[in-house]
Design a protein around this ligand. Structure first.
Ligand code: 8X3
Length: 244
């Protein structure tokens, strides 16, 4: 029987790479994102399905659940991201609302909507959080708080489902050089986005994280990877980033 996976934020970066990696591993992948011009060709490429979904819109999340149907083997809560690097003294709370709406409420909303199908299939949920949940850093307060909040969703859900055959996992990536993460964070300023990775020998790329997510998801059913932190070798900690 073909296993089905939903990947949110499948339009780019880690989400798109994960959709490809899961398809390679044999999953039928439902690629969910707002930008249909990106997920439709991706779905066609990997033999999956594209479902337009803004995870901040409850009606669109309900429509995603309806498109998935009664059974779901894997949910990868990947949609989210960072907006801004202001200090708390300079906080832009509109940006915080966006970060909480996607990383926390969106992930929670999608998980709640798909949980009946995951239970029916004895499935797995993977939350893609961040090393921003590991420790605070200057200019990170809103994102640190959002990712720490998402981490708590994973933790609470795992406790709540204890005794049921549903796994709840977390993958927390560090510095990953993707097309859009830093560009969005710096409001489209390419020079500032590029500076994040300047001189760093081999930051992670989306495919590295996709491979980790796929590995987590494809362990035997009794093996639950609670949390996996993955960083590039050059990043020993959030603040300890080697630049050559
Ligand atoms: C991305 C990692 O270092 O920008 O989630 O917080 S970091």
């Amino acid at each position: 029987m073909t296993l089905t996976a939903v990947v949110t934020g499948a339009s780019s970066g880690i989400g798109a790479a994960t959709a490809r990696a899961l398809a390679e591993a044999g999953y039928r992948v439902v690629c969910a994102a707002r930008r249909t011009d990106r997920i439709e060709p991706l779905a066609a490429e990997i033999g999956g399905v594209a479902v337009a979904c803004d995870i901040t819109d409850p009606a669109q999340v309900d429509a995603l659940a309806a498109a998935v149907g009664d059974r779901l083997d894997l949910l990868v809560n990947n949609a989210g991201g960072a907006v801004g690097t202001e200090t708390l003294a300079e906080a832009d709370f509109d940006a915080w609302v966006t970060m909480f709406e996607t990383n926390v409420l969106g992930a929670g909303r999608v998980t709640k909507a798909l949980l009946p199908a995951l239970r029916a299939a004895e499935g797995t949920v993977v939350f893609v959080t961040s090393t921003a949940a590991e420790a605070a850093y200057e200019g990170g307060s809103g994102y640190n708080a959002a990712k720490a909040g998402e981490r708590m969703l994973a933790g609470a859900l795992r406790l709540e489902l204890n005794g049921e055959p549903v796994r709840v996992c977390e993958v927390a990536p560090g510095l990953v050089h993707t097309e859009e993460f830093s560009l969005v964070r710096f409001h489209g300023d390419q020079a500032k986005a590029d500076a994040v990775y300047a001189g760093v020998p081999d930051p992670l790329v989306a495919e590295d994280v996709a491979e980790v997510i796929t590995w987590v998801a494809t362990r035997p059913p009794h093996v639950n990877i609670d949390r996996l932190v993955v960083r590039p070798r050059a990043q020993a900690a959030n603040h300890k980033l080697f630049r050559g």
